[in-house]
Write a new protein. Structure first.
Length: 258
């Protein structure tokens, strides 16, 4: 996606520090792949500069009309054409900054496995079936109130080669670009009531129960679509003491805490 060259300047200048004690450490023995891709040295805290408090600005007309609709944005043609297989859901919520204010015009990108727990990726060799009508990725912008929503198929859990019989809970990946590069966030959203959350080695690296709850979307009956979809609410906080967990170590980004 193209972006404007004019930066969106954060009027508060520097961002608040994250509470690193409530986030997962960079290297966790139980989460084996974190060992090789985590920094070996402690992060250095630097004063924010223009490169941290500004970010690209995106326009709504740069997104496709179905980018936020994972149910309809990748339907096959010909004999395979149809709707994706699985439970239809709506995911929505608000994005707030470090002081609780809405973050408008934030770019949100999402990607996920299909209903059988398989990603549309050549390296995913799980035996779960591929769905010709579901590619599992989308994007959207928050509105003036920091609100976002998208339609999708509830992803399935899947086994992974971490330890014997480890399974990932059903989840959706999120990548957010806010009003400054220091707000950049990559995280995962889980679903209320999933018993696999408690045994997931990745989730177990998070030392704060509050942070774990912040990654679990709650069922929102008020937002159900009649005879169509259930709905889940997932609110996100960028930066500050109550920031949503950054995936696999908050301190890994740029190797500085900024």
């Amino acid at each position: 996606m193209a972006s404007h060259s004019a930066p969106l300047v954060n009027v508060d200048a520097e961002y608040l520090m994250r509470d690193t004690t409530s986030h997962a450490p960079a290297s966790c023995a139980a989460y084996k792949t974190s060992i090789l891709r985590s920094p070996r040295l402690a992060p250095i805290s630097l004063q924010n500069s223009l490169s941290e408090v500004t970010a690209p600005v995106f326009r709504a007309d740069e997104l496709g009309p179905l980018d936020h609709d994972l149910i309809g944005n990748a339907r096959a043609e010909g004999a395979l054409a149809g709707l994706p297989i699985g439970e239809r859901i709506v995911v929505h919520g608000h994005v707030h900054d470090q002081l609780g204010r809405p973050v408008k015009n934030a770019l949100i990108e999402v990607w996920q496995a299909n209903a059988s727990g398989r990603y549309r990726h050549h390296k995913d060799q799980y035996i779960g079936a591929l769905d010709p009508n579901f590619i599992g990725c989308g994007r959207m912008l928050t509105d003036d109130n920091g609100h976002y929503f998208f339609r999708t198929i509830r992803p399935g859990p899947y086994p992974w080669r971490n330890r014997v019989n480890d399974w990932r809970p059903a989840h959706i990946h999120f990548a957010l670009s806010g009003s400054g590069w220091a707000q950049r966030l990559v995280t995962q959203m889980y679903f209320e009531g999933d018993p696999l959350i408690a045994t997931c080695p990745i989730v177990q690296t998070i030392p704060s129960e509050e942070q774990i709850r912040g990654l679990i979307a709650l069922q929102d009956r008020a937002a159900f679509v009649q005879l169509d979809s259930r709905a889940y609410r997932f609110d996100i906080v960028l930066r500050g003491q109550r920031a949503t967990l950054f995936e696999n170590a908050v301190n890994a980004q740029k190797a500085v805490s900024k």
